[in-house]
Write a protein that binds this ligand. Sequence first.
Ligand code: MV4
Length: 447
Amino acid sequence: MYKRILIANRGEIALRVIRACRELGVETVAIFSEGDRGSAYLELADEAYCVGPTKSALSYLKTDQIIAAAEVGNVEAIHPGYGFLSENAHFNEVCRSCNIDFIGPQPEAMELLGDKNHARELARSAKVPVVPGSDGLIDTEEEALRVAHEIGFPVLIKATAGGGGKGMRVASNDLALKNAFSQARNEAEAAFGNPSVYLEKYIERPRHIEVQILADHHGNVVHLWERDCSTQRRHQKLIEESPAPNLPDKVRSSICDAAVRLIKKANYTNAGTVEFILDKDYNFYFIEVNARIQVEHPVTEQVTGLDLIKAQIRIASGEPLWVRQKDIKLNGCSIECRINAEDPDRDFQPCPGKIESMFMPGGPGVRFDSHAHAGYIVPPYYDSMIGKLIVFKPTRQEAIACMLRALDELQIKGIKTTAEFHKRVLSHSEFVQGAVDTHFVERTFMD
Ligand code: MV4
């Protein structure tokens, strides 16, 4: 096991990794930007280094500064968290060249799966269902029209270097496709430095189901069941839960087994998430792999009883997986609400500022992962999430009731948050019935 790890992140995920390290007896080196000086998570680290000014591009995204902190802090490994450099293959390679373990997949697997068209082709070779679409990249408008006529409109143009909804455009006829094709390529070039796109049949109003995977360096791969992340707005997840409600067991097993096949084919190691969309007839299609730990990992921790951050650290240090697939049971129901400093009544615009007072919910089955506290000034420079409220109960009905009670208890004075919005979602009949699709929030709450 490592003696010392650097956490190349901030806020609640930095705190989460520090907690896992402390339980493993591993010392921690934290980093912070000038905008995060004095943050609470730094108090729990053994050492902390300022890596630059407030701007992420000059601090949390600065490979050289972070590697310098790792050298000065004399660490053996770096945990990247999510966002920032967590899926940056170059940073991953620099860690390797400096003999610092990157707590995540190898650069090659990260690179391969970061190319969404490659990932799609790999899925095909692993007999994992993909959405009907182009056989590779589409270079010309004529090709796009030919494929669209084969698979039928509406179609979705996707940037191979994109992901998470970035660089996607829907087209419902020839003229729209011509425009969307050139716009998608220009956007992809501007955003990712790679204009390459591919085409898929647009699956209308799908559910977003993702499978948590752990893979060690000894060829062992297990899944930790699925999460339903369909309650989202403009590709920003709001509520996640495990297991996915109203999912037939045979579909559950097929999706999880498909995820394991793909991860094995990709020679992927450490924690990863295989993302699918599910149509109204329970047909599922591979979309992409998220080569990092995700914000919503706690709901999986609650229903499996496994600590995913400790698992990442143990796998990176070379330990073989200590659990077998048959030992990983799906127990109960867990729901997570992202508590963001945003105003749901003003188009979810960020509402940074000082938290005057804060009462955190608790009691049986309640977990609140947050770095925030009374007096904390939510900075405007980073993403607006200030915490995650997670509940865990034997049934979904009890979990919803518990979440509503916990949201009621959560008092954050001084800034607006998404807490009230979550209460409205959790009380809506369509959500309570289970199996909302990815357009539920926009269709139901956005006039
Ligand atoms: C799709 C899709 C429908 N049809 N692909 C791509 C990024 C990933 N995170 C979600 N993506 C989707 N890919 C096909 N062929 C629907 C989604 C999707 C989605 C699309 C638009 C708006 C919100 C969405 C939320 C989840 C999934």
